[in-house]
Each structure stands twice: as C-alpha cells, then as structure tokens.
Write a protein that binds this ligand. Structure first.
Ligand code: SD4
Length: 332
C-alpha cells in the first residue's frame, strides 16, 4: 500500500492504546505507561523492505521466506541478487571503484539475537554479505577488513574474481579526466542495498551491502557495514537501514537512533523522519547530499524518508512487490 494511503487509513481508523513502557519488577516503581496512536488494521507478516527499486532482490528474499529460510538467510539471498548484478554500479560486481580503480566492498548482517558480522573494504569477492554472515558465525570477531577479510572469504570457499567490469572501468577513466570528487544526489549514491525482513513469526533480521561512494579515497569506509549506522536490528522492537552519504549517517548513528525512537513509541515512519531531521539540524549543507532511511517494526509496519526527492524503496508485503518514492524533507 502506498504510504499516503496507509497514513490516510491510519488517520481514519486510529485508536488510543496503552502500552507498557517496561516490565514491572518487584521493588521498582510501576512501569511507565504511555499512549501510542496505533492503526486499527495491522499490515501482515512476513514483510521484506529494501532501499531502492530492487524488486528482483525483494522477490528472492520473499520466496526464501516462503520456502522456510530464516529472516537472515532470506536477506542474504535477496541482497545476493544485486551483488551478482553486473549492471548495478554500487553493489558487488560492477561497483564503481575508488580513485585508484579498486572496487572495495562493505557489508554487514544482524540477526534476531543481536549478533552482527561485517566486512569492510574487501576486494575481489562478489558476495560480501555472505562473508559477513561467516564472520558473525565462524570467527571470534565481528568485523574483518581488507586483505584479512578477503583471505578469510577464500578460506571459506568464496571465489576470488575481478569485480571491475568494463562499464565501470570506462566510467572511472572518464572520471579521472577531471578527478573532481563530489557525491551526486541519487546518482552516485543510488543503489546500496539495505534490506530488512520480518518472517511470519515476527523474527527480524537485516543486511546492508555496498561498494560505497564512487571514486572515494582508498581505504574509505562508509556507514553501510557499521553497526548502528548503516543497519541496526533489535528483535524486540524493529530494524532500520540507510543509504546515501555514509559520513552523515555515521555521525548521527542513524539506524540505531531510529530503532531507539521506535522503542519510545514512534512509528517506523516517524522514527525515519526524526533521524533525517537530526542530520538536517546538524548539517547546514544538507542540500548537497542525499540520505534515505527505511525501517520496519515487529508488527510489519514500515517507514521510509529521505532528505531529497528521488529515494525509492521496495516493499514485498501482502503478496505485492511494490517500489515507491516515499515522502522527503526538501520540498521546495
Ligand atoms: C556509503 N551509504 O558508503 C554508502 C553509499 C550508498 O548507494 O548508500 N550508496 O556511504
């Protein structure tokens, strides 16, 4: 359902409900109660939501859930579709390189137990999100970077391959003629895949995968693989993920902020909007860059918001796989 329609419905059919802010414990004062406006009709589970128009990826994740995969494996399968898509120039193979012509990938996953795994600045491996899961499950660490991440991936059976496609090499060579670095709203930053899934039992997991900003400095890492910034999951509450200029998401720890706002009773939509406002309040040059957030809560309600127009989200819910342009801040 389009967000506007959903909001209209929600506005018409809301009831005040009382929610417990905490569980009562002996010896502690009574739990704080607060009233939350809540729609009478809840969206159904499962749900898969992703940044950008990636219907192939959300479809794959949805099918994986139907076949009995965990929410985490569904996200990894879904994101893997875009990582293997050589036409997409920001994820996996075909990603635009750094200034030196190297494709370096960042990815992370987080599951319902709060486990997290990530790879940063990894080269030559097409599916960093699957390697991130291996880091989470099969190492004593949560992040591996650079050559260590690549060697670990190879030790786990991942194939080394050249990720710089002819198309991306030509784009880089053209860029070198001016070598001007300026993130371009919704063009350069157009397809980091952040994906969140809630299975039919309300189990939540998420992942985020990217080649980062095109023509970044060698060694630059953005928000996408950093817990709390590019992704955060709390199975009690919900999850959030980001796309856009990672430096700004990192400085405001955006995904964690959104989940904490939902914990305080905000809807996914309200929480995404507040996280964007936090960036705008702190960053006078917000006109120059894009950030977009998506979020989902335990019930399967979703939200999305960005600084500028043009951000797209895909939601697979109620047997419908729909890409929409959500509401945004900078309406002139
Ligand atoms: C980064 N957030 O590395 C990523 C870039 C992005 O689509 O979203 N690209 O900063």
């Amino acid at each position: 359902m389009k967000r506007r329609n959903f909001l209209q419905k929600a506005a018409l059919g809301t009831v005040g409900i009382t929610a417990l802010g905490a569980t009562a414990s002996p010896g502690l004062s009574a739990p704080k109660r607060e009233t939350i406006e809540e729609p009478t009709t809840s969206p159904s589970l499962p749900v898969v939501i992703a940044t950008w128009d990636v219907k192939g990826a959300t479809k794959k994740a949805w099918q994986s859930l139907q076949e009995g995969s965990s929410a985490l494996d569904a996200v990894i399968a879904g994101c893997g579709v875009e990582e293997a898509n050589a036409e997409g120039q920001s994820v996996g193979i075909g990603g635009l390189p750094d200034r030196e012509g190297r494709v370096t990938l960042d990815a992370c996953v987080m599951n319902e137990k709060g486990d997290y795994g990530a790879v940063l600045c990894m080269q030559n491996i097409m599916h960093p999100i699957a390697v991130a899961k291996k880091v989470m499950e099969d190492t004593p660490h949560v992040i591996l970077a650079g050559i260590g991440a690549e060697e670990f991936a190879v030790s786990q059976g991942f194939k080394r391959e050249n990720l710089l496609t002819e198309q991306s090499k030509i784009a880089w060579e053209n860029w070198k003629k001016t070598a001007q670095y300026k993130p371009i709203i919704n063009i350069e930053n157009h397809d980091t895949i952040g994906m969140l899934a809630v299975d039919k039992n309300g189990i939540i997991s998420g992942g985020c995968t990217t080649s980062g900003l095109a023509y970044k400095m060698a060694g630059r890492v953005g928000d996408s693989a950093i817990v709390g910034s590019g992704l955060f999951v709390d199975n009690e509450i919900g999850a959030a993920t980001a796309t856009g200029l990672g430096e700004e998401v990192l400085k405001t720890v955006g995904s964690y902020l959104i989940v904490e706002l939902m914990r305080q009773g905000k809807s996914p939509q309200q929480a995404c909007e507040q996280a964007i406002l936090r960036i705008i309040e702190k960053t006078p040059n917000f006109e120059d860059f894009q950030v977009g957030y998506i979020a989902v809560n335990k019930k399967g309600e979703t939200g999305a918001y960005s600084i500028h127009e043009g951000f797209v989200t895909t939601t697979y819910q109620d047997e419908k796989n729909t890409a929409i342009t959500p509401d945004f801040y900078n309406k002139k």
